[in-house]
Design a protein around this ligand. Structure first.
Ligand SMILES: NC(=O)c1ccc[n+]([C@@H]2O[C@H](COP(=O)([O-])OP(=O)(O)OC[C@H]3O[C@@H](n4cnc5c(N)ncnc54)[C@H](O)[C@@H]3O)[C@@H](O)[C@H]2O)c1
Ligand SMILES: [Zn+2]
Length: 365
């Protein structure tokens, strides 16, 4: 059977990320390689659980696990402290102890929320990730960031808490909506641009197969994405500096999401636009040569960019850009590609230039 394995090193321990069709049906046996069967909490959302909950529970039960399931409503609004509190209650009610793993079956929302609970219940219990959206499979399930939202800021209450195991079953992506899937591919392309030139070349040849969910290329793209993320995170697990290159496309992307109250764009859709504009910025500021910028633009353009809502203005977007808090300066920090497969952090003080780029997007140029 075709399986790929990636080992991710962290400060505390190494963990395996496995990629392969039908892996979810073997959750129980993989868990057994790490923990003696006992009690476990399976966290999922209603959409995901109705599609693949049964096979996970069956495989766990077959190995002797006592599974308590907690379902949350699908969507970002479940990722709150009150959502976490409900899960703590379930942890107590179902008699979890410090060795009982929490299993996250779902997209980034479930992963971040269940991960936050695992990091904090009884100070920490083991975490296992079963990511089911493309974004979760290529990004949020690896690297250890877990968080819930606060009314005053997204992902503001959280920590770094790596999982003990990640099982990725690309087959589950078949039921993901095409819109969610396309948005996830933006994060896949990101790795090629900022960190992995060979993967960029591969994407130039294979993006259409990836968009068509062709099994071989899909598994390869997930594996390449995770290897890339793992290399970055292993160098800078606690995001002192280098890990911030993963925020390529996110400065403007996040501002677009915030300016539309996180209701209009999917995260990946906003990041795609942010990447387009960051490439233009890199070229204007002479970080990137014309030919490389053209190639990146050509690849990015193969995923359709979402048009802005009619009432979005340059001022609204600029108002949501975050300043460089570390330097306590007025500069904005952008991640800019300096060649294909490499990026740098660049302080940018020219607000007019950024406003001009946002305007070009709003006008549809
Ligand atoms: N921790 C990190 O490093 C990190 C990185 C990036 C994003 N995130 C977080 O991830 C979240 C976004 O993740 P997301 O895009 O996966 O959103 P999500 O978890 O809300 O999933 C998107 C939608 O797809 C559905 N879904 C998921 N898998 C499915 C499947 N296989 N079949 C059918 N439907 C399915 C979900 O029910 C949901 O409705 C945000 O909260 C973001 O902050 C975290
Ligand atoms: Zn992102």
């Amino acid at each position: 059977m075709n399986r790929q394995e990636i080992i991710v090193k962290t400060r505390g321990f190494d963990y395996r990320v496995l990629i392969g069709d039908n892996l979810l049906a073997e959750t129980g046996s993989f868990l057994q390689t790490l923990f003696p069967p006992g009690r476990t909490l399976l966290v999922s959302d209603e959409n995901v659980f109705s599609r693949c909950g049964e096979q996970v529970i069956c495989s766990l039960a077959a190995e002797g696990w006592q599974v308590k399931t907690a379902l949350v409503k699908p969507g970002e609004r479940s990722k709150t402290l009150s959502g976490a509190k409900r899960l703590y209650n379930t942890c107590f009610e179902s008699g979890l102890d410090r060795s009982s793993p929490v299993i996250a079956l779902g997209g980034g929302v479930v992963g971040d929320l269940a991960g936050f609970v695992a990091a904090t219940f009884m100070r920490r219990v083991p975490l296992v990730m079963l990511p089911t959206s493309l974004l979760a499979q290529v990004d949020s399930s690896v690297g250890g960031k877990v968080a819930v939202n606060h009314p005053l800021g997204k992902n503001m209450i959280g920590t770094i808490y790596p999982p003990r195991l990640v099982l990725i079953d690309p087959l589950v992506l078949k039921t993901l909506s095409p819109r969610q899937y396309r948005a996830g591919t933006a994060e896949v392309i990101k790795y090629g641009i900022i960190e992995d030139e060979d993967f960029f070349l591969w994407l130039e040849d294979n993006l259409d197969l990836l968009l068509a969910l062709e099994p071989g290329p899909l598994a390869d793209a997930i594996a390449a994405s995770i290897r890339s993320k793992a290399r970055v995170v292993e160098k800078d697990e606690y995001e002192q500096d280098y890990r911030r290159i993963l925020n390529f496309g996110h400065t403007i992307g996040h501002a677009l999401e915030a300016a539309t109250a996180f209701r209009y764009y999917l995260h990946g859709e906003a990041v795609l636009i942010g990447m387009h504009l960051a490439v233009k910025l890199a070229q204007k500021l002479s970080y990137l040569d014309f030919a490389s910028a053209e190639r990146i633009n050509r690849l990015l353009s193969r995923i359709k960019m979402k048009k802005p809502p009619g009432d979005l203005t340059v001022d609204k977007v600029i108002g949501k850009l975050e300043h460089d808090k570390k330097r306590q300066s007025d500069d904005l920090i952008f991640v800019l590609p300096n060649r294909i497969g490499s990026a740098v952090m660049a302080p940018v003080s020219d607000k007019q230039m950024i406003a001009g780029l946002v305007e070009s997007y709003l006008k549809g140029d």
